[in-house]
Write a protein that binds this ligand. Structure first.
Ligand SMILES: [Cu+2]
Length: 228
């Protein structure tokens, strides 16, 4: 009986570990706070498959008509392959996330499956400037955003906003609550401001998973030992 309890606890713990290690998709966020532009991009899984996201965008300030080089075209924005890192260096973000190698083919919103995964404005339209620079919160579902897969995941990458091609603001895509939304993290894309705010984006997810798994093992073993 006692032994059974121990075995059951251990099995329960192992079950939890495998669930954690499978990395159930979690809500991610990019908090842009660069060069007078404040905006939040939230990526919420639409189910547990790891494919598809509800994207919610809230631009608080900065995207004014005055600032836009092409006010009628607006600001493009994409998921770029690399993170901007702790110095929030938009120049370090590389190209668009494009695991299916679409390349420079024009993205037709009617056939989003043929667009680059990261070409959010191509698939869903540009961010249109306003007089006061804010854009009321809006959402859309993008079935071609992935939370899994080494090449396709958006985790640890970055959102970049452009003004007629030029990268003007960016933020790393991190688990919600870890995305440097604090007002301290202000940096400039041109000066490469050296605020280092915590660790780099790399490895945060795997670190969390490992810690959670260790916690689960610990509590499972404790339960088993108490039963003994
Ligand atoms: Cu871009």
């Amino acid at each position: 009986m006692v032994r059974n309890t121990f075995i059951l606890s251990t099995l329960a713990a192992l079950g939890c570990i495998s669930m954690v290690l499978a990395q159930k998709p979690q809500t991610l966020e990019a908090n842009v706070n660069t060069s007078g532009i404040k905006a939040t991009f939230t990526f919420e899984p639409i189910d547990d498959s790891g494919d598809g996201a509800k994207v919610t965008i809230n631009v608080v300030e900065g995207l004014t008509k005055k600032f836009a080089v092409l006010p009628k075209i607006g600001f493009e924005y994409h998921i770029h392959v690399k993170p901007a890192g702790p110095n929030n260096d938009c120049m370090a973000t590389g190209g668009h996330l494009d695991p299916t190698n679409v390349g420079n083919a024009v993205c037709d919103p009617k056939t989003p499956e043929k667009c680059q995964e990261g070409d959010l404005s191509g698939k869903h339209g540009n961010l249109m400037p306003t007089e006061d620079g804010s854009i009321p919160e809006f959402s859309y579902v993008d079935k071609f955003i992935h939370f899994t897969g080494e090449a396709s995941t958006i985790t640890g990458r970055s959102v970049v906003i452009h003004n007629n091609g030029t990268k003007i603001a960016c933020a790393d895509i991190l688990p919600q609550g870890e995305s440097g939304s604090d007002s301290q993290r202000q940096s400039s894309i041109t000066a490469g401001d050296s605020h280092t705010n915590g660790a780099s984006a790399d490895g945060r997810l795997s670190g969390n998973a490992v810690w959670m798994a260790m916690g689960t093992v610990g509590s499972g073993l404790m339960a088993g030992m108490m039963a003994l």
